[in-house]
Design a binder for this molecule. Structure first.
Ligand code: SF4
Ligand code: SF4
Length: 157
């Protein structure tokens, strides 16, 4: 889902993780979700690139591509096996970062980097791995996430 490249230093390059069905999006009445890539993605290319929707395709900038990204170069989603969504929602007014797995689970090095980042910056993190969500942050955040996720919160939305 490569964004408008004009304002961004990094480039998506060969990454197509956000078109490949790891996020939940809807494109022209087609649902995209884990296991269901975008219908318009073919061989790593967008077949409707010039007419792709503004939302989400043109607007979407993942947390690696963002100009202010704290993530190192080697954590591009197709290399780290995770899509970083910074400040995806708020917990008690505190921004929560979400890391969505690309495939079964993020690479171990990428997961360790993000967990250390969460700890060092005191930013709560929800990380997806092997189909489950793992919360990192204060004990109350962990308790709240267990309750909210078992109650139906879907961090992919
Ligand atoms: S329409 Fe194109 S840019 Fe948008 S999700 Fe599908 S393949 Fe990606
Ligand atoms: S996941 Fe990020 S780097 Fe990969 S194609 Fe989407 S916006 Fe670009």
């Amino acid at each position: 889902m490569p964004a408008d490249p004009s304002a961004i230093a990094r480039r998506c390059g060969e990454c197509t993780a956000c078109c490949d069905g790891w996020l939940k999006i809807r494109i022209r009445d087609h649902d995209v979700y884990p296991g269901q890539p975008c219908s318009f993605s073919s061989a790593g290319k967008c077949t409707i690139y010039d007419e792709r929707p503004v939302d989400p395709c043109r607007n979407f900038v993942c947390g690696w591509l963002a100009p202010t990204s704290p993530l190192p170069d080697w954590m591009r989603p197709d290399k780290s096996d995770l899509i970083f969504l910074p400040a995806s929602f708020a917990w008690r007014t505190i921004p929560v970062d979400v890391a969505v797995a690309v495939g079964k689970r993020p690479k171990a090095k990428a997961r360790a980097w993000l967990e250390a980042f969460s700890r060092d910056t005191r930013r709560p993190l929800l990380l997806q791995s092997d189909g489950e969500w793992h919360a990192h942050g204060p004990p109350q955040f962990l308790r709240d996430m267990i309750e909210q996720i078992s109650g139906g919160l879907d961090p992919l939305r």
